[in-house]
Design a binder for this molecule. Structure first.
Ligand SMILES: Cc1ncc(COP(=O)(O)O)c(C=O)c1O
Length: 370
């Protein structure tokens, strides 16, 4: 079976994992610092502060707390988003309000988002999807006009560029994910990028159950036995083992970028001009996280079964959140694009270092199917 996702874990990652275990300091330590520095170098804006955490979901939860979102507040999010964002919003008692997406990019439709803004709106989530980026200039303008915060979910887009600027370098607050299937994995992990040292220090406490012990002590593979606890916090810090793997992954950024762009373009070339298929948009300078086709005329399930019979696995990213039982009563705007594409999207295998032979095989099967 050709899997939808496949991690690029080689001897470098395995050696790094071994090194971190041999040190005998399994908790947060010096590799976490190294990982944060590396993310910071990729983001490339020295005025920004990076805080590593244990998942993308915990990054989002801490962002909600950092922005002091609470009961009664509304957060506008595409319904077509990862469940992690939704759980983070409701974890602080705020309410998600579902917005539609742009049909080209599958990222939030800002014209429709503006219609959802009211007195209770405190924030809007701009999530980059797969190989496409949200309209970040426009979301910034909208946020300024209505005095709301922008949460940039860049779980898919570390290392990509928006209008020449590195992702993470221009947003007020952004987050990344390093989960098992992401473009860069630390097995599990996440990171938050903020503008001020004050925000960074607050996040340091919140990721460590509210303990005020200094990150700089832990970054030396040590811990302090005396500290204060003033605020709510969670056990969200990243372990050395994960960070050590993450460090090695990020060293491969150029290689991973080159290979994913080449595979993505090969898919797009080979799947042009086939009736019943819409190929995904590609923004220049992005590192594609996945390859999401749209299959028209209710052919998707037939296609899934056909490809499975040919030993090609596929995925669905995602079912929109407004369709889940938990969110049935949530407010939403016109979701016509979301409701259309939800029956069409199909993720094809895309990995780092994927072979042309595999792509040619998969695309020839799709052609055969039609
Ligand atoms: C857009 C988006 N945001 C957030 C997350 C959550 O990240 P994690 O899986 O690291 O918790 C994901 C995970 O797939 C995602 O795709």
């Amino acid at each position: 079976m050709i899997p939808v996702f496949k991690p690029l874990i080689s001897k470098e990652e395995r050696k790094a994992a071994d090194r971190s275990l041999e040190i005998g300091w399994l908790g947060m330590g010096k590799f976490v610092k190294e990982f944060e520095e590396q993310i910071s170098n990729i983001v490339g804006n020295k005025k920004k502060y990076v805080v590593a955490v244990n998942t993308g979901h915990s990054a989002l939860h801490l962002i909600m707390l950092l922005l002091e979102l609470k009961k009664g507040d509304e957060v506008i999010t595409p319904s077509f988003n990862n469940i992690a964002d939704l759980q983070a919003i409701i974890a602080v008692g705020a309410k998600p309000v579902f917005c539609d997406i742009d049909e080209q990019t599958l990222c939030i439709d800002l014209k429709k988002a503006e219609k959802l803004i009211n007195k209770k709106t405190r924030a809007i989530i701009a999530m980059d999807y797969g190989s496409c980026l949200a309209d970040h200039d426009r979301v910034k303008k909208l946020a300024k006009k209505y005095n709301i915060r922008v949460i940039h979910d860049a779980a898919h887009s570390l290392g990509s560029k928006y209008k020449g600027k590195m992702i993470g370098s221009f947003s007020d607050v952004a987050m990344f994910s390093f989960d098992p299937v992401k473009t860069f994995t630390s097995i599990d992990g996440g990171a938050i990028v903020v503008n001020t040292k004050k925000e960074m220090l607050k996040l340091h406490e919140m990721r460590l159950m509210g303990m005020s012990q200094k990150a700089n002590i832990m970054y030396k593979n040590q811990r302090a036995w005396f500290y204060d606890v003033k605020n709510v916090g969670y056990r969200y810090h990243l372990a050395n083992l994960h960070a050590a793997i993450g460090v090695e992954q990020l060293k491969k950024l150029k290689k991973i970028k080159k290979s994913r762009i080449a595979s993505f373009k090969r898919y797009n070339q080979r799947l042009q001009n086939i009736d019943n298929i819409i190929t995904p948009c590609y923004h220049v300078d992005t590192i594609p996280f996945h390859y999401c086709l749209r299959i028209k005329n209710n052919k998707r399930f037939e296609m899934i079964n056909y490809l499975r019979s040919k030993k090609v696995d596929t995925g669905i990213h995602w079912q929109p959140n407004h369709t889940f039982t938990l969110f049935k009563k949530n407010k939403s705007g016109d979701l016509s694009v979301t409701n259309k594409i939800k029956n069409e999207i199909l993720t094809l295998p895309l990995h780092s270092m994927m072979s042309n032979k595999d792509i040619d095989y998969i695309t020839s099967k799709i052609k055969n199917f039609f």
